[in-house]
Write a protein that binds this ligand. Structure first.
Ligand SMILES: Cc1ncc(COP(=O)(O)O)c(C=O)c1O
Length: 375
């Protein structure tokens, strides 16, 4: 997308004229930039794009072209990446709970690498996907991360060796460890502590005759949602974790990660239109053609806050934005600084490519989610 403000606005106006709204614009150039930034800052870590962040086929194709691997959470995600040409050897089935049918599908599709965090899952894997390479997912601190991912998943670190030994005894390949520090993790200590714990388990494993090969750093790599955000981003995280990866683990360790938000968040811009306006509760209310049931679903599921902008100039007033459905819950944001808007005016949000259209409900109240356009 054109980098100057005027250029960006021109592109938006042209696309809206042609396609109407709502539109989710995905910049291929930005996808590439994010991928390249990741491999530049963490050259020793192989990224597996977590497609749950945005499973749009064009995005998956772009990452296949760039050479990324993929993290899938279900049989259906597995099928979609394979259909688009992903290499089964570069896929991780990174859901610690997998159905028997999905495990059988993984086996049939030659997808061998997967995570688990409990003993019953191992029996299931051994039965339906014998010979799989397994990583035990550890419960690690998610302090300060926007989305907590250790409430439902992760084995206590003191169970790791027992579980890996059990995996081996069941004929599985006890390959290593995985963790997730929570999504949009701006607390670098989560990564540093997780690496310390992982390193201890790597060393303990040697003592019991297990040779761990792989460490999966999960996702969590944060992005800026607001122009004014100044919290840490990948560059600083990478600067601090690189020395730990070098010092704490055997030289030939295979490091991998599962970035979702970092790869696709900054590439997405949601463009909506005002379809109604009123003055209530002492302020302007603008009703948009997209809401929390669709592309703003990240407000609910991703606990995300966005920066709302308009193409209009003029004095700004604190306003409320709401979605188009009949539910009061479908209120997007209060206290948004916006100029006076009319029906038909554009409101757009940048950095909204992750956990937005991915979790949209198709057609609630008959409103379709945004049309996705690669630009
Ligand atoms: C297992 C797993 N891996 C990777 C991710 C992607 O995380 P992020 O978008 O924070 O990079 C998630 C997100 O929920 C996850 O559950």
């Amino acid at each position: 997308m054109n980098k100057t403000k005027g250029g960006f606005e021109k592109v938006v106006r042209r696309l809206v004229k042609k396609h109407s709204t709502p539109l989710m614009l995905i910049s291929e150039a930005k996808l590439q930039q994010q991928y390249e930034a990741f491999v530049r800052h963490l050259a020793c870590v192989t990224p597996y794009y977590a497609i749950k962040a945005n499973p749009q086929p064009e995005i998956i194709k772009a990452f296949i072209k760039l050479g990324a691997g993929f993290d899938v959470a279900s049989g259906n995600e597995l099928i979609s990446v394979l259909k688009l040409g992903a290499d089964p050897a570069k896929i991780i089935f990174a859901n610690t709970i997998k159905s028997p049918a999905d495990l059988a599908l993984a086996k049939k599709s030659r997808v061998k690498l997967m995570t688990f965090d409990n003993e019953p899952e191992l029996y299931k894997i051994a039965k339906y996907a014998p010979g799989s390479r397994v990583l035990v997912r550890l419960k690690v601190n998610n302090v300060g991360s926007t989305v907590e991912l250790s409430l439902k998943f992760g084995a206590d670190p003191d169970q790791a060796i027992f579980l890996l030994n059990k995996a081996k005894s069941l004929g599985l390949v006890a390959e290593g460890l995985a963790f997730h520090v929570g999504s949009q993790c701006i607390n670098i200590d989560n990564y540093l502590q997780a690496l310390d714990i992982s390193s201890m388990i790597f060393h303990e494993a040697v003592q019991v005759g297990l040779r761990l090969k792989t460490l999966d750093l999960g996702g969590g790599f944060p992005i800026h949602h607001f122009d004014s955000d100044d919290h840490i981003i990948l560059k600083e995280i990478a600067r601090q974790i690189r020395p730990k990866l070098r010092r704490l683990f055997p030289k030939d360790t295979n490091f991998m990660a599962e970035p979702g938000r970092f790869f696709v968040g900054p590439a997405g811009t949601l463009v909506t239109s005002v379809i109604g306006r009123t003055f209530r509760n002492n302020r302007n209310y603008y009703y948009l053609d997209d809401g929390v049931y669709a592309d703003f679903s990240g407000i609910v599921f991703d606990h995300c806050r966005y920066e709302y902008k308009s193409l209009r100039r003029g004095q700004k007033f604190l306003s409320t934005l709401a979605g188009p459905t009949c539910d009061s819950f479908d209120t997007i944001a209060h206290n948004v600084d916006l100029p006076e808007l009319e029906v038909g005016n554009i409101v757009y949000v940048k950095n909204i490519g992750a956990y937005s259209c991915a979790s949209a409900v198709p057609g609630f109240n008959g409103f379709a989610p945004a049309k996705i356009l690669m630009i």
